[in-house]
Design a protein around this ligand. Structure first.
Ligand code: AMP
Ligand code: MG
Length: 402
């Protein structure tokens, strides 16, 4: 038996490359991984500009006490630039975002002035007030988004604010997905006696896409040596990662490991975890191969623990493990020490902080337990039973808002 952590380390050590870079429009780059540090090509903002609607003037004209009256010589909307220099005793009506005219360094907000005709009465104000300075947001040449970062909406906005129409990102990792087993039937087709509908291919396809990969469906392969071999070889040519589910336990029809032994390399693991113990990891040609357990909960869990970090590393992400944080268990949790256990949890915010309970029955075939859950509860190897009030680690599924 190996531990979850040892398994993850072995797998990540197998990933020695990243996908190639490609240049794509900023508007299509949501969720993609940046392939190179992004540096600001110019200062942001590019010029000193007004932070408010008001009157731009020179610091020397600010009255010490009481007020001063200045002559308004121009009106400056955002997007316009005033030629010439503003002289002592003069002011310019200025809109938010408009560049500061030469000769001015301070803006008096319009609600603090009294205007009559082309004269404006201004109060005392700090020199330099209400001006956004050139480069105060970003200096030219600074790295604004690091290579390996996932592009969120705010990163897309930042890239666009720098005038970039395109960004250099990593190509999506291609993942081929097959189900194995004579007992699995295709949804929409009649189901024979003793058959169940395939759920794993669909859950795994969703997990791949959610992780930023590109899933290709290779269908259901029966428990037959020749068909399995052909399916795996074809899949390995079309993808960087090949995933199967089912057929890695020790049943008589578990051919996956035999066939893999012939066409690639394979290690058959018993991972000290619950659920999802049997796992096959190997290689077919250039593709990484994962033989996930058939039980629906176990296949999702082993994907999250072992496949997703590899996918993320291949995609060039600098962060390959998700965020976990502590929560207080509100019910007792049975736990065998010596293995890491994962329960499906419901995380809620209580009066004192995050609280978590399980979704009910935790059998590894009970997919409804995943549907009811919004997080995984992680109980480390060395721990035994958990009492109400004890702290456990949780890992939220995707967004907590969903
Ligand atoms: P196996 O790993 O092939 O021994 O399968 C373990 C359990 O998972 C069995 O109950 C299978 O019927 C079930 N199973 C295998 N493949 C799938 C699948 N694609 N979708 C849903 N259940 C599956
Ligand atoms: Mg099977």
């Amino acid at each position: 038996m190996i531990s979850v952590g040892e398994g993850q380390a072995h797998i990540l050590a197998q990933v020695t490359r990243v996908t190639s870079p490609e240049l794509i429009p900023v508007g299509r780059a949501l969720g993609r991984v940046l392939a190179d540090d992004l540096r600001a090509p110019f200062d942001v903002p590019p010029a000193d500009n007004s932070a408010v609607d008001g009157y731009a003037l020179a610091g020397a004209d600010i009255p010490g006490l009481g007020s001063a009256t200045l002559e308004v010589i121009a009106d400056l909307p955002a997007g316009s630039v005033l030629g010439g220099v503003v002289k002592p005793g003069q002011a310019v009506r200025i809109m938010t975002g408009a560049p500061m005219p030469a000769g001015t360094d301070t803006v008096v907000p319009q609600e603090l002035v009294e205007r009559s005709g082309d004269r404006v009465k201004i109060p005392t104000i700090a020199k330099g007030a209400n001006v956004r300075l050139r480069g105060e947001d970003v200096r030219a040449g600074t790295v604004v988004i690091r290579s390996g970062a996932v592009l969120r909406p705010q990163e897309l906005g930042l890239a666009a604010s720098l005038g970039l129409p395109q960004v250099l990102v990593r190509q999506k990792v291609r993942v081929a997905i097959l189900s194995t087993g004579d007992e699995v039937a295709e949804p929409g087709q009649p189901r024979g006696p003793g058959q169940i509908y395939d759920s794993n291919r669909f859950a795994l396809g969703g997990l791949v896409e959610e992780a930023g990969g590109s899933a290709t469906d290779f269908g259901i392969v029966p428990d037959e040596r020749g068909r399995l071999r052909a399916g795996l070889l074809e899949a390995s040519r079309a993808a960087e990662i090949v995933l199967t589910s089912g057929g890695v336990s020790v049943g008589a029809y578990d051919l996956v490991k035999d066939v893999l032994g012939e066409i690639g390399g394979i290690t058959f693991w018993q991972v000290a975890m619950q659920p999802g113990r049997p796992l096959a990891v190997g290689r077919i040609g250039d593709a990484l191969f994962f033989g996930l357990p058939g039980n629906p909960v176990a296949s999702i869990l082993t994907f999250l623990l072992f496949v997703r970090p590899a996918l993320w590393k291949l995609a060039g992400r600098c962060q390959v493990f998700p965020v976990r944080f502590p929560a207080v268990a509100t019910e007792p949790l049975r736990k065998k020490s010596g293995r890491r256990e994962f329960k499906r949890g419901i995380l809620t915010l209580g009066p004192g902080g995050w609280e978590v309970r399980t979704t009910g029955p935790q059998g590894s075939g009970i997919l409804a337990s995943m549907v009811a859950a919004n997080c995984l509860i992680i109980i480390e190897e060395e721990r035994g039973d958990v009492k109400p009030g004890d702290t456990v680690l949780v890992e939220p599924f995707g967004s907590l808002y969903g």
